[in-house]
Design a protein around this ligand. Structure first.
Ligand code: FES
Length: 147
């Protein structure tokens, strides 16, 4: 049911933890399943993501997608990090079962929330970044229908 990559990231998640005095922190939840995701970003003066950590109270697919998402944004600029969508994360993991697609949205939204926090603190605008939802359940049905 799950690809080898998903199992690998679930069993050995990368970048689990917290960053003290992070440049940006984002927390999102899904009221439907009760899962919560928090992402910490350490961004340098050039706008490059030097470090990223995550903590989750979430299912296995949420762990695997967040692990992969953190790997994909590390070392990128904040603008490049905007390209790390849940679809990109799922592709990097060789797919997810359709009922688990919403779990990958948790990772994407948590990164956006952390970028939003960073942008607010810095007083900058990140192209394409909208104010994140704290609960991804809104609009979720619509997303699921696309897959
Ligand atoms: Fe809630 Fe996966 S079931 S994030």
């Amino acid at each position: 049911m799950y690809s080898e990559k998903v199992m690998d990231h679930f069993e050995h998640p990368r970048n689990v933890g917290e960053i003290e005095n992070a440049s940006g922190v984002g927390t999102v939840g899904n009221a439907k399943c009760g899962d919560i995701m928090r992402i910490f970003l350490d961004i340098d003066d050039d706008g490059i993501i030097r470090d990223v950590k995550f903590k989750t109270f979430g299912c296995g697919a949420a762990v695997a997608t967040s692990s992969m998402a953190t790997e994909l944004v590390k070392g990128k600029t904040v603008n490049e990090a905007m390209q790390v969508t849940n679809k990109a994360v799922m592709e990097a993991l060789d797919g997810l079962p359709p009922v688990k697609v919403h779990c990958s949205l948790l990772a994407e939204e948590a990164i956006h929330a952390a970028l939003w926090d960073y942008a607010q603190k810095k007083g900058i605008v990140i192209e394409g970044l909208e104010k994140p939802k704290s609960d991804i359940h809104e609009g979720e049905e619509q997303e699921e229908e696309e897959y």
